[in-house]
Design a protein around this ligand. Structure first.
Ligand code: NAI
Length: 257
């Protein structure tokens, strides 16, 4: 592909991104980075006030749609409405996710299923819905958010780790199915990034916090922008030959001793 300047390859000008759970944390920052790279974004979440507030900060390139990703029967209507209102979705970021920190043997079946429903089942359902359209148009980029919990063993997050490990397999399987239609599927595996989710998991657990930092060669936690810019790259034409990959954005945590 030819670009007038090198920066064009990283531009998201003219593209529309759907970002689940975009009202806060990593999703909000992915939205911000994508907008500053030229994209329009549609963010979703369950709380309208939070979404409204997020859009007021993100500006006129952002729109919100109230949606709970676990309600799988609503996802087709959600995607239809977004495409009717804003145009074709070029980029899907499956960001919405929840965690549960509890000793494995105390996790109930309902709790386990609840995590898997949000972090895995909903991701497949929404990706299938968007990817059918992307395949028809012969272009698209899907980004999943994985985790260090899918890379190595972490105690007290059995449901979360299972769901994120499922994401890693889903990325490879979907990339195998959809590459011939010019639809790319990748994951970002964030290290420990300063958000509410991370603070909840680490706040009252200094041992865990020190352990996470201790095996991070860069010696610090990540910022939401670190994930935002990685998402811009994976969604852009600069990453045009990258599919089926899981990119650690972790300050070296996954390779640290
Ligand atoms: P967060 O808790 O700050 O944000 C999560 C967002 O997802 C919120 O806006 C929330 O409302 C939304 N969400 C949750 N359930 C939803 C549902 N059923 N429907 C629609 N939206 C829903 O968490 P954070 O840290 O920003 O996490 C974002 C993603 O990054 C998650 O998938 C998480 O597993 C992943 N991640 C985060 C890491 C971290 O260190 N913060 C590390 C590795 C992965």
């Amino acid at each position: 592909m030819n670009f007038e300047s090198q920066s064009d390859a990283f531009s998201l000008e003219g593209k529309l991104a759907l970002i689940t759970g975009g009202g806060a944390g990593i999703g909000f920052e992915i939205a911000r980075c994508m907008i500053s790279s030229g994209a329009k974004v549609a963010i979703t979440g369950r709380n309208e006030d939070k979404l409204k507030e997020a859009v007021s900060v993100l500006g006129s390139s952002a729109s919100y749609f109230v949606n709970d990703v676990t309600r799988l029967d609503t996802l087709e209507a959600l995607v239809s409405k977004i495409e009717k209102d804003l145009g074709a979705i070029d980029i899907l970021v499956n960001n919405a996710g929840i965690n549960l920190k509890k000793p494995a043997l105390e996790v109930t079946d309902d709790e386990f299923q609840n995590i898997v429903q949000t972090n895995l089942n909903a991701v497949f359902s929404l990706t299938r819905t968007c990817a059918r359209r992307m395949v028809e148009r012969q272009k698209g980029s899907v980004i999943m958010i994985s985790s260090m919990a899918a890379y190595y063993g972490i105690d007290r997050v059995v449901a979360y780790a299972s769901s994120k490990s499922g994401i890693e397999g889903m990325v490879r399987a979907l990339a195998s199915d959809l590459s011939k239609y010019n639809v790319r599927i990748n994951a970002i595996a964030p290290g420990f990034i300063e958000t509410n989710m991370m603070k909840t998991a680490m706040g009252s657990d200094p041992d865990r916090m020190n352990k996470a930092l201790g095996r991070t060669p860069m010696g610090k936690f990540g910022q939401t922008t670190d994930i935002g810019w990685a998402a811009v790259f994976l969604a852009s034409e600069a990453a045009g030959f990258i599919t089926g990959a899981s990119l650690p954005v972790d300050g070296g945590n996954s390779i640290g001793f």
